[in-house]
Design a protein around this ligand. Structure first.
Ligand SMILES: Cc1cc2nc3c(=O)[nH]c(=O)nc-3n(C[C@H](O)[C@H](O)[C@H](O)COP(=O)(O)O)c2cc1C
Length: 330
């Protein structure tokens, strides 16, 4: 059985985290499926209006009695949104893109654990100084918004060395059990996978998004600031769709045309071209030209399947590979 100190810290069986994918892809169904399989599911977008956030947390609790988390993109977070998770005693807060310091004290006082995602050694040190319980080290292969420029293979051991004994969770480019073993070898106490869990039955991603991830190879993503509508100058990795290929490297004007509709924060809203937000499962219009965020691990994803099966296969694969590797040592 695969166990690391992260399991004890978070009260989970397997050190496998479903990385939050906002604003609604990592909904209660995906989070609960991963937690029920022994990993840690994280619901995305703590910046939802508090009543909606409350409903999301309650829904996870209907689906699982295991630990789970809620993710906060800090540039969009208001204190009252954090209060919801503190009040509801959500077991784990995950934070990204900013300084977690203002949130850690209240979270700890209420018995919550805090995971902060970083893309550099300097940010990892700052997160530890702020008192977080574990750091997610995100390599530049990752899908979604990317905090640094260093690949997972280099970033993880550097962060591990810099902040020991605080546990490090490796993220970015991990798509199968081989990647999990690699991360553990680099000193990580766990892994966080986004792109792999996007192509699961429970993920609330649009069918086009899932299909494109399955069809993509590791070469079919681009790191860009193209989808900057509402979140400018924030690098992100997205599928290199025909739309992205057409617009890469070209300037964009304000005042973009509406290309469809999506659900966002509990409302139905028009989507303008280059909007930063990936399409909801029920988005309509030119979905293939929206922000189909995904990482290079798309090359390792060849089908949509239940999230629990993904977790179990990762865990079984790790045990098999570790035994094979042990056999190499004479
Ligand atoms: C579609 C998508 C949306 C994402 N949205 C968020 C988010 O809302 N908050 C966050 O902290 N990270 C977000 N991420 C980044 C993930 O937390 C994680 O760093 C990344 O998925 C890991 O790399 P991988 O995709 O190669 O597994 C997103 C990633 C993807 C693919």
């Amino acid at each position: 059985m695969l166990r690391t100190p992260l399991c004890d810290l978070l009260g989970i069986e397997l050190p496998i985290v479903a990385a939050p994918m906002g604003p609604s892809i990592s909904g209660p169904e995906l989070a609960a499926a991963v937690s029920n399989a022994g990993g840690l599911g994280i619901v995305s977008f703590g910046a939802n209006p508090p009543p909606l956030l409350r409903r999301l947390v309650e829904r996870v609790r209907e689906l699982t009695d295991r630990p789970f988390g809620v993710n906060y993109l800090l540039p969009f977070t208001m204190p009252e949104q954090l209060d919801v998770c503190v009040e509801l005693r959500v077991p784990v807060l995950s934070t990204f893109w900013g300084d977690p310091a203002p949130y850690v004290g209240a979270a700890h006082d209420a018995g919550l654990k805090v995971l902060h995602q970083v893309g550099s050694v300097a940010d990892a040190r700052r997160a530890v100084d702020a008192g977080v319980d574990a750091v997610i080290a995100q390599g530049a292969e990752a899908g979604g918004h990317v905090a640094g420029g260093v690949a997972t293979m280099v970033l993880v051991p550097r962060v591990v060395d810099a902040i020991a004994p605080v546990p490090v969770i490796a993220a970015g480019g991990i798509g199968d059990a081989r990647g999990v073993v690699a991360a553990l070898s680099l000193g990580a106490a766990g892994v966080a996978l986004g792109t792999r869990f996007l192509a699961t039955a429970e993920a609330a991603a649009h069918a086009v998004h899932k299909e494109r991830v399955v069809a993509a190879t590791e070469e079919d993503t681009a790191l860009t600031t193209m989808f900057g509508g509402g979140w400018p100058d924030a690098p992100h990795r997205a599928l290199r769709t025909p739309f992205v290929a057409q617009w890469l490297g070209r300037g964009q004007q304000d005042d973009q045309p509406v290309i469809g509709e999506s659900s966002f924060a509990g409302e139905r809203i028009p989507v303008r071209r280059f909007w930063a937000v990936p399409p909801s499962a029920d988005a309509t219009g030119d979905v293939a030209s929206m922000a189909l965020l995904a990482g290079q691990a798309a090359g390792l994803v060849d089908r949509v399947e239940p999230a629990g099966d993904v977790v179990r296969r990762l865990a079984e694969g790790v045990e098999r590979i570790v035994r094979e590797l042990a056999g190499l040592v004479r």
